[in-house]
Design a protein around this ligand. Structure first.
Ligand SMILES: [Zn+2]
Length: 139
């Protein structure tokens, strides 16, 4: 049984061909540090010669999100990107010029967020941090 089949079953989803194909694309994207839009997934399927419609891609991605298999990020600019859910936390920056999504983890920022919440009488349970950036001008 393939990794994708196991992942689907573990998430409580029936194994179907479109689900396996889409999961394969997302699994491979993680290795390249990529965050894919539904259109990116659709294009990758087309390139691989797989006949899966865009509506199916949207539906499967929504099912994956509901099952906790993938995370959806709604970055500014009006479209969502998807990535495989992972145990390790990370934040994102998005380049306003190229649209590139960069992952980062900064222990100081993580600590400061907890401290800020505590100062306001709360315990931090979750956060989502997106920095919108542009390339530094090189002199
Ligand atoms: Zn990410």
């Amino acid at each position: 049984m393939s990794t994708e089949n196991q992942e689907l079953r573990k998430a409580g989803l029936k194994v179907t061909l479109p689900r396996v194909k889409i999961l394969q694309i997302l699994d491979n994207a993680v290795e390249n540090g990529l965050h894919l839009s539904a259109e990116d997934v659709y294009k990758a399927l087309l390139e691989a010669g797989d006949d899966v419609g865009l509506a199916t891609v949207y539906r499967v991605l929504t099912q994956f999100e509901a099952a906790g298999l993938v995370e959806r990020h709604n970055f500014e600019g009006g479209y969502s990107v998807f990535e495989m859910a992972r145990d390790e936390h990370h934040d994102h920056m998005v380049c306003a010029v190229t649209g590139e999504v960069i992952e980062f983890y900064d222990a100081d920022i993580e600590r400061l967020q907890k401290e800020v919440a505590k100062k306001h009488g709360f315990e931090l349970v979750n956060h989502s941090l997106v920095l919108y950036v542009k390339p530094l001008k090189t002199p």
